[in-house]
Design a protein around this ligand. Structure first.
Ligand SMILES: *Cc1c(COP(=O)(O)O)cnc(C)c1O
Length: 373
């Protein structure tokens, strides 16, 4: 008999869930590349009925968030399935600082007259609470990308809402190990499995998790009708990756704290942003709503965009690449990304991996020094 997620710690669930239990079955659910199945049981066509490989991933992540998951082709596919629930004329409230893909999706729909969009600052808890009374979709992302502002999800998710409203939380940066939006009262929690769940920068995937049965069916229906299905090998890799999530995250966030403290002291760094730093504007909220402060840091350099670009070119252990949440450390200058021109020009977002902390610090420090001279 398998253990249920409430009987064991999340670290154990990550390793034990999503496996067969019949004697003779492979210990790991293999990639099963099937579009169709011999008729006679419930599974007929995979776009409609799923595959055992997707279900293994859904079981692991769903149990981790105390809900039921639907796996998608990417984080954006999972997000689009939530937006797909809205009727024409809906009101969407988005954070001022959020993933550019979500802002883009919302703007596209607004331009086409499907809905209207309002923005609220991530840390404006009173603004969010009043938004809950009028919005059909309250979209939160916390910690935010890339300013790492932490929203008071506990207060916001408990606020009275318009009947039928969806409160969705993009939980990609925190992961289910550091934050549990459904327990605070959110309707849906989202993961770009491309990031921490997969953890190796080798797949695209997304997962939506809910504890509302009607919403779960609606999300699954959306996947069926839009065809935003996960790749079977990607789902297999994501399960393989998520087994080590607790170890990877624990190590990376320990290093991130150390690097953030050192960056904050560096004479050429004007500002280090990390929710674990006492100087961070939402540090107190982070201490309350997050179990750990995560492995993403952003910092601004004295000297502007050119200097920051040089630092990105001069790192040798850290890779100059976008994305985050993988075993390898990556960094990029975010204002260089289309649609991110509002950010401080020298802001670098660093995703801390599992390399040795001193090696990472030496690499950063040398790259900053080399770029200054
Ligand atoms: C990457 C990311 C997404 C989009 O996920 P994809 O898998 O690239 O589609 C959404 N939200 C956040 C916070 C992300 O970092």
């Amino acid at each position: 008999m398998k253990k249920s997620p409430s009987e064991i710690k999340p670290e154990s669930w990550l390793v034990s869930a999503g496996r067969a239990s019949e004697p003779g079955a492979p210990l790991n659910v293999p990639p099963i590349p099937a579009s169709n199945f011999i008729i006679g049981k419930e599974r007929v066509y995979s776009r409609d009925d799923g595959t055992p490989t997707w279900e293994a991933l859904e079981e692991v992540v769903g149990g981790l968030e105390s809900g039921k998951s639907v796996a998608f082709a990417s984080g954006m596919a999972a997000i689009a399935a939530v937006f797909d629930q809205l009727a024409v004329g809906a009101v969407i409230v988005l954070p001022d600082d959020c993933y550019q893909g979500v802002a883009g999706l919302a703007a596209e729909g607004a331009n086409k007259g499907r809905w209207s969009v309002q923005r609220v600052a991530v840390d404006d808890t009173a603004g969010w609470i009043s938004a809950c009374g009028v919005a059909d979709l309250v979209w939160l992302e916390s910690p935010s990308n890339p300013l790492l502002t932490v929203a008071d999800l506990e207060a916001i998710c408990a606020a009275p809402r318009k009947p039928g409203a969806i409160v969705a939380v993009d939980n990609t940066f925190a992961t289910p190990l550091n934050q549990q939006p459904l327990k605070f009262g959110a309707t849906v929690s989202l993961q770009s499995a491309t990031k921490f769940i997969g953890g190796h920068s080798d797949l695209l995937g997304g997962i939506a998790t809910t504890n509302d049965d009607a919403v779960w069916h609606a999300l699954k229906k959306s996947r069926e009708l839009t065809g935003a299905t996960p790749g079977v090998f990607e789902a297999f890799l994501a399960v393989r990756g998520v087994r080590t999530l607790a170890l990877r995250l624990q190590r990376a966030q320990q290093t991130a704290m150390l690097l953030a403290e050192r960056l904050e002291q560096h004479p050429l760094v004007t500002r280090a942003r990390y929710p674990g730093l006492p100087s961070h504007p939402t540090h107190a909220t982070a201490q309350r709503v997050l179990k750990g402060f995560g492995s993403i840091i952003s910092f601004d350099l004295r000297g502007g965009a050119e200097f920051a670009d040089a630092v990105c070119q001069n790192v040798r252990l850290i890779r100059h690449a976008t994305s985050l949440g993988a075993v390898e450390s990556t960094m990029e200058r975010r204002a260089a990304i289309p649609g991110q021109g509002h950010l401080p020009p020298s802001l670098i977002r660093l995703s801390v991996g599992i390399e040795d902390a001193d090696d990472l610090w030496n690499d950063l420090n040398s790259a900053i020094g080399a770029s200054a001279s």
